[in-house]
Design a protein around this ligand. Sequence first.
Ligand SMILES: Cc1cc2nc3c(=O)[nH]c(=O)nc-3n(C[C@H](O)[C@H](O)[C@H](O)COP(=O)(O)O)c2cc1C
Length: 388
Amino acid sequence: MSRLMSPFESRGVVARNRVVISPMLQYSARDGVADDGHLVHLGRFAMGGAGIVFTEAVAVEAHGRITYGDLGLWRDDQIAPLRRIARFIRANGAIPAVQLAHAGRKAGTQRPWQGHGPLSDADREHGEPPWQPVAPSPVAANPARWVPREIAAHEIAGLLGAWRDATRRAVAAGFEIVEIHAAHGYLLHTFLSPSSNVRTDAYGGTFEGRCRLVLEVAEVVRAAWPQDRPVFVRLSAVDEAGWEIADTLRLAMQLKARGIDLIDCSSGSLYDSSTANSRLKRGYGYQVPFAAAVRSEVGIATMAVGLIVDPVQAEAILERGQADLIAIGREALFDPNWTLHAQARLSPDEGHDAWPIQHGWWLAIREKIFRRIADDGAGAASRSASDR
Ligand SMILES: Cc1cc2nc3c(=O)[nH]c(=O)nc-3n(C[C@H](O)[C@H](O)[C@H](O)COP(=O)(O)O)c2cc1C
């Protein structure tokens, strides 16, 4: 069996293989509530053989949404539709996983296909008024954006409460892994990075101060999440403005001490313009070295992500010991059956057992037909050669 198709175990959870569908926002929820579109979007990845299927970023509070289309877990009525999705993912052999997030200064954005800029008065006219986002400091993600309001120290307890309550709702929804989104320029990342956090109180300044909120969120989520289920944290292992891999290693060590089970190693996006993010050159597997460094230096499991497109590439990452899990995003949109195709490529003799039973049976017959046609073709070709 390939490394990619071997089971992954963390606490009491066992995934059937090491392919993870990375969180991918669909910007298609109404009032933070999941619908059939989310069920089909995520369900087909479970039917496509993935080991773990992550929801998109799910907001812990309404004003922590990137767009009005984001999913949320800030109200109890948001639980049931997600529970239906988690149940479907489980019934199809994958582990249902949820990513919890707060968008911070990137909140209040138009959907990508509406321009992806900050919400404006024009959006108010179709029922989506802008709001002022919050952040560690009044520093905007780019000059076109709202300057965020600085979160007051006395508001931190409320923020932690929102993370705790959303985590409890994620438990009620039946998810088996929770990931804290502390990357990509959203609220927690902006606390970490020195250019977006210029606070002078206990939540800013020194490395310890800037990490305080992330560590407190990790504690709150870990305490609210069942002991037999893992908690992951997604970090931007390096960013464009002063957060370096050495900082990630230090923080990962402290997260590990608080019971975090895996670091999901992404990078960048502190700002929201690709020019500002250009320090990070995007080649195939460009973030894998971060996963490798965290895994070897900190001794914690890691997930590699970012332009991992090919099963042989994924297998090599695992074989070299650079990561424990492989997350795929856009490749899964391109081919929801990526995992099943990867298995066929890495272990061509294994047949169709991993496919949904309703499909595998027919696909095995399809293979036989192909083989017979090929044999007949070869026979006909050799007959016509001997006729000549
Ligand atoms: C449509 C789309 C939506 C995304 N939404 C999220 C998200 O909700 N949370 C997150 O952490 N990353 C998000 N990402 C980033 C992906 O999880 C992943 O890290 C990135 O696409 C790189 O992996 P890839 O090269 O395999 O696509 C999104 C990416 C895409 C393409």
